[in-house]
Design a binder for this molecule. Structure first.
Ligand code: GRF
Length: 217
């Protein structure tokens, strides 16, 4: 396990991306070790899934009236206690603050259900359908202090069909997220994508062909 990337995944909901990451790890296609799962929700399917697999889980709830800055610090402390090399937001429905971004500079990534910079925010599939665009997709990006505004690492496009609802479109996008997110984690783990606080370097097609997840020994 020593040559795998220690990751902590932050979740708030269903956890289908968390499952996709663990499935890819199990198949040997993602050179990561899931060392912890952290949620802002006491009850989340993602947490139950992780706990059932024996992954350490923690909840850092933010209740109405709570001090937001104190919550940000508590979240950062909890994440740091797992000593991750990469923090992955996979359906985490809060903006993470400076305590996490400072402590894990350039090492926090997020998956978002649109082709950023189009449609940032929490209701991207709905915004997409309302706008009437014909192509959408998912983005994996480095998290900065803005809303879905950090450097883009990789994207996958999907068509928007004329009878799509936000739900049907989101389901099509999620199917792609489940492949893209573990792949990007693998690229980071194997050094094909190098993260630093100011920029990311995305591998060329030739580099990707050299080290595909399936070819890893
Ligand atoms: C995904 O569509 C992700 O892009 C967005 O939240 C959703 C999480 O889904 N940030 P799940 O909890 O992984 O099923």
């Amino acid at each position: 396990m020593s040559n795998t990337l220690r990751i902590v995944v932050l979740v708030s909901g269903a956890g289908s991306n968390l499952r996709a990451i663990t499935d890819a790890i199990d198949r040997g296609e993602c050179a990561a070790e899931l060392v912890g799962v952290v949620s802002d929700k006491k009850k989340a399917a993602a947490l139950e899934f992780a706990a059932a697999r024996g992954v350490p889980v923690a909840t850092v709830p933010l209740r109405k009236g709570d001090d937001r800055d104190a919550w940000d610090v508590a979240l950062a402390d909890q994440v740091a206690s797992f000593e991750p090399e990469l923090v992955v937001l996979a359906g985490f429905m809060r903006i993470v603050g400076a305590p996490i971004l400072d402590r894990f500079k350039g090492r926090v990534i997020n998956v978002h259900p649109s082709l950023l910079p189009a449609f940032p925010g929490h209701d991207a599939p709905e915004q997409t359908v309302q706008a009437g665009v014909r192509i959408s997709g998912c983005t994996v990006h480095v998290v900065d202090s803005g809303v879905d505004s950090g450097p883009i690492i990789a994207q996958t496009a999907v068509p928007v069909l004329s009878d799509d609802t936000a739900q049907t479109l989101h389901a099509r996008i999620k199917a792609q997220e489940h492949s893209l997110l573990p792949t990007v984690i693998h690229w980071i783990a194997t050094g094909l994508v190098k993260l630093n606080p100011v920029r990311t370097v995305t591998p060329s097609e030739d580099e990707r062909a050299l080290v595909s997840p399936r070819m890893r020994s």
